[in-house]
Design a protein around this ligand. Structure first.
Ligand code: FAD
Ligand code: NA7
Length: 520
């Protein structure tokens, strides 16, 4: 980082950087009292950090953001914007779209389009287009920081004391920055099963998949949560031979009936599932293919298969390891390694905050990180005392058939209120666009989990079908603000849509009646 405002010191072997105050030897840590370089220093230029920094700067604070991307073990690296922009939501949704287009091309002849066969997909072309879009977002973030006069440092931060961080550039030059308030928004990174021979050497993660220049080919995806299923979903949709290896249940933490339907649909679209299996070894064969050995936990039998790519999607580790949190006295949960925070997002050190994926107990989602960051900035600037409400956060899993949900799962509602107090309304429906295209709609399903007592407060909505993300967003408003089943039934539908099926849910599970929707 050349031209920063902090106190800089060049580490041994680091290149010269003209125009920056440099000082050999150890830099004394700035005093904890007195004037700091910044009002607010944000560590991590991802969803939460950027939102917080921009809001605070707009409200008149002197703000700096430090962001540094440690390349993946495979060497993949990217620009400013964090996980969502570079290796998460954005490239994932675009590749999901690429896969959905394949389905539409298959539908097209039913609607009269003459589509020349065979239809081919070009990974290189798609990846390049996605990567170019991501790069434009990286640039956009830099411009926005500049416009709002937020100072950006491309340095890897760690705490020196509770008001000071040390940041090291790629070239090894150290900069010291101090601030009155510090926000930690360093997110997380994918886990590797380092106990498995060959896992780190030959496997990749979601940090790499979106940046591959060439098709991953026949792929084994290990893990069964949403990153795993979304990746396996779009890989299958792009025509690649894809297998998901899951050791237990799909989508732990989500409604299990919906989760089973998600994987059932994926299987119907060609994704292979190896259930109750765990990998034990990955070896590279002379022809470059990867030979994976796994154990079938049900039979105890060892199996072997070959793949071009092995993608680990077995969870994420919060990025707290290199922050030297102990230098500032910041407490973490020793099991999750996440930073402990209170309702104000404050850590154990009152002027240091943590938001987004790195904070304990927060949903790992971009919009929650952004909203938490903005609200925190507003509180720090004395603009508001509102704290983030993490209840009824909607989300969508972008599997081939999208699964949108908000509120409690059926299991959670029953565990919380007791089965006799919960009413579940449900329907199997057929999206109109599936009819002419002769698509199977067996897994298109909606359920609304309500309290049984009138007016039947809606506790949760779960929707499996095309554009579930778009549909769920609208209903989330009602559910967030206490809509009842009665009010949802008073809502007039928009015909013909999938969303209207929600306002037509008449059959309760308890009634035992057939929930299949027929006719309009
Ligand atoms: P991040 O966005 O991860 O940003 C943290 C930043 O801090 C990074 O740039 C990192 O390099 C930097 N950093 C780390 N340590 C340091 C350090 N010591 N010094 C300086 N900088 C540092 N969420 C959704 O809402 N919808 C989705 O569809 C969705 N899809 C996803 C798909 C995938 C494959 C993945 C992996 C995640 C997805 N998410 C999705 C989750 C979403 O990306 C995260 O919840 C979100 O990015 C978290 O934001 P954050 O600000 O906490 O951290
Ligand atoms: P999650 O939600 O932590 O899920 C991890 C998945 O990987 C889950 O299915 C696990 O199975 C499985 N897992 C974990 N360890 C292993 C090993 N060693 N072997 C095989 N399978 C394993 O991770 P995600 O990456 O999908 O998502 C994390 C967040 O990132 C998510 O909330 C998004 O917001 C972004 P289990 O259920 O434990 O048996």
């Amino acid at each position: 980082m050349c031209g920063g405002e902090g106190r800089a010191v060049r580490l041994p072997g680091a290149p010269e950087c003209a125009g920056v105050f440099q000082q050999e030897g150890p830099t004394p840590a700035p005093a904890m009292e007195g004037k700091q370089d910044y009002d607010l220093l944000v560590i991590g230029g991802g969803s939460g950090g950027l939102a917080c920094a921009k809001e605070a700067a707009q409200l008149g604070k002197k703000v700096a953001v430090v962001d540094y991307v440690e390349p993946s073990p495979r060497g993949t690296s990217w620009g400013l914007g964090g996980t969502c922009v570079n290796v998460g939501c954005i490239p994932k949704k675009l590749m999901h779209q690429a896969a959905l287009l394949g389905g539409m091309i298959r539908d097209a002849p039913h609607y009269g389009w003459d589509v020349a066969q065979p239809v081919q997909h070009d990974w290189k072309k798609m990846a390049e287009a996605v990567q170019n879009h991501v790069k434009s977002l990286n640039w956009g973030h830099r411009v926005q920081l500049q416009d709002r006069k937020v100072k950006y440092f491309n340095i890897k931060a760690s705490f020196v004391n509770e008001h000071t961080i040390s940041g090291v550039t790629k070239g090894g030059k150290e900069t010291l920055l101090s601030a009155e308030h510090i926000v930690i928004a360093t997110g997380g990174r994918p886990k590797y099963p380092t106990h498995i021979e060959g896992a780190l050497e030959y496997g990749i993660t979601s940090d790499d998949i979106f940046w591959l220049k060439d098709s991953p080919g026949k792929t084994l995806v290990v893990g069964a949560s949403y990153v795993a299923l979304e990746c396996a979903g779009f890989l299958t949709g792009l025509g690649l031979d894809t297998t998901v290896m899951m050791r237990s249940i799909p989508l732990r933490g989500f409604d299990q009936q919906m989760s089973s339907l998600v994987t059932e649909y994926m299987a119907s679209q060609g994704t292979h599932f190896l259930k109750h299996c765990i990998p034990s070894r990955v070896q590279k064969l002379p022809d470059g293919q990867l030979q994976v050995t796994w154990e079938d936990l049900t039979s105890g039998i060892e199996n072997v298969g070959t793949f071009d790519t092995v993608l680990w999607a077995i969870g994420r580790i919060p990025e707290t390891r290199s922050l030297n949190l102990e230098n500032a006295g910041i407490n973490t949960n020793p099991n999750s390694q996440k930073i402990l925070v209170d309702a104000q997002e404050a850590t154990s050190v009152p002027h240091i905050y943590a938001i987004g994926d790195v904070a304990e107990g927060r949903p790992e989602l971009t919009p929650t990180a952004i909203m938490a960051g903005k609200l925190l900035a507003q509180r720090l600037c004395g603009q508001s005392s509102d704290v983030m409400d993490y209840s009824n956060v909607p989300t969508t899993i972008f599997t081939p058939l999208e699964y949108g949900c908000v509120g409690l799962s059926e299991e959670e509602a029953i565990a919380h209120y007791g089965e006799e107090h919960v009413e579940v309304y449900h329907a199997y429906y057929k999206p109109l666009e599936f009819t002419v295209a002769e698509r199977d709609a067996s897994q298109c399903y909606i359920k609304m989990v309500c309290l049984r007592k009138p007016p039947q407060l809606v506790l949760g909505l779960h929707l499996l079908g095309p554009n579930a993300g778009e549909v769920t967003q609208g209903f989330a408003l009602g559910i967030k603000f206490g809509a009842s089943y009665k009010q949802v039934m008073q809502t007039v539908g928009i015909h013909p849509t999938c969303a209207e099926e929600v306002v037509k849910l008449r059959i309760s599970k308890r009634s035992g009646l057939d929930p299949t929707v027929t006719g309009c």
